[in-house]
Design a protein around this ligand. Structure first.
Ligand code: G3H
Ligand code: 13P
Ligand code: ZN
Length: 326
């Protein structure tokens, strides 16, 4: 058993309490490799933002859970090193935990927060599974995110054709019976770079969010699928050999609005992938002779850092909040 506190990590409890009070959201950025991890740490240190580092099932399959956890441990030391020994709060979070065993294994291995994603299960099964994870996690002071409602699109190999919006009338029962520390909700966001079709009204249901907040005032709410798919990045990709037609995301103005409310964790992955891909494609077009990975992954890392600094400052509002008093 590895205790996350010995690794310098924190759970989400204090982070969320401060974020709800302060009207901002904590960035939850996914990582799969060293360049992403460096860019995330650099961006959050430079903007003095608290940080949730996320590991998905896809990341564990790609990079291996053991390697990723040791990378996160290294990232804590790196964050101190580039900030004169002063450590921003960093949480290591399992994204879309598929079952109890995976959550348990991450908790025993040093993760400080887990998501149990029972959103595809019938309601009572979701409650029972989430409760089981919470009982185990809380013994180790690890925080748990549950989910109610289903995002359209692909979520870790499970595909849903339509949004099943979170039902505000269920949230009090779910939160109280499971004991979760935060709740992911479905209000029209979705994973990936194709969140709306051309001609759709690309709005999320902030009215449902307001209804949910009325039911559980001040309770930490999480938004998945919150990439904005910046069109300048899509254009660079397409101008350099890419084929990303009709990629559309969530307007940053809507996310800013949500972050001012009890939404205190916003998950972003696809935008980072776009930033890196755009930078790499540009190098390949402009310098076709280049074959040293550092010469294209380096610019990709810089682009990712810049994107995430801007998100922290302009969208989430988390910049400057790393060292807020409780
Ligand atoms: O939940 C979706 C995240 O973007 C992770 O995606 O499973 O392809 O790593 P992934
Ligand atoms: P995006 O695909 O919108 O970046 O969402 C990421 C996410 O929700 C990770 O859990
Ligand atoms: Zn997600």
């Amino acid at each position: 058993m590895v205790n996350y506190k010995d690794l310098g990590l924190v759970n989400t409890r204090a982070m969320f309490a401060k974020a709800v009070k302060g009207g901002y959201a904590i960035p939850a950025y996914n990582f799969n490799n060293m360049e992403q991890l460096q860019a995330i740490i650099q961006a959050c240190v430079a903007t003095e933002s608290p940080l949730i580092l996320q590991v998905s099932k896809g990341a564990r399959d790609y990079a291996n859970q053991t390697i990723l956890r040791y990378m996160a441990q290294g990232a804590v030391e790196y964050a101190k090193e580039i900030n004169n020994g002063k450590l921003i709060p960093i949480c290591l979070h399992l994204d879309h935990g598929p079952d109890f065993e995976t959550c348990k294994s991450c908790i025993e291995f040093g993760f400080s927060s887990v998501m149990i994603d029972g959103s595809h299960l019938p309601y009572e099964e979701n409650v029972a599974l989430t409760r089981k994870v919470v009982e185990f996690a809380h013994q180790h002071d690890v925080t748990v995110e549950g989910e109610l409602g289903v995002l359209a699109g692909v979520e870790d190999e499970v595909k849903a054709d339509n949004h099943v919006y979170t039902r505000p009338e269920e949230v009090v029962d779910f939160v109280s019976r499971t004991g979760v520390d935060s709740l992911a909700i479905a209000i029209g966001t979705s994973h990936g770079a194709y969140k709306f079709k051309p001609g759709d009204n690309p709005r999320i249901r902030l009215d449902i969010l307001a209804e949910i907040e009325k039911q559980i005032p001040g309770f930490p709410i999480v938004l998945h699928g919150s990439s904005s798919v910046p069109q300048d990045l899509v254009q660079i990709i397409n101008a350099n050999g890419g084929k990303m037609k009709d990629a559309i995301g969530i307007g940053e103005d809507q996310l800013r609005e949500a972050a001012k409310s009890a939404v205190c964790k916003i998950n972003i992955d696809s935008d980072g992938r776009l930033a890196m891909t755009a930078a790499i494609r540009k190098v390949f077009t402009e310098k076709p002779e280049e074959f040293d990975p550092r010469k294209y992954l380096g610019p990709a890392r810089t682009a990712l850092k810049e994107l995430y600094m801007r998100k922290n400052r302009e969208v989430l509002g988390s910049a400057g909040h790393a060292f807020d008093a409780e």
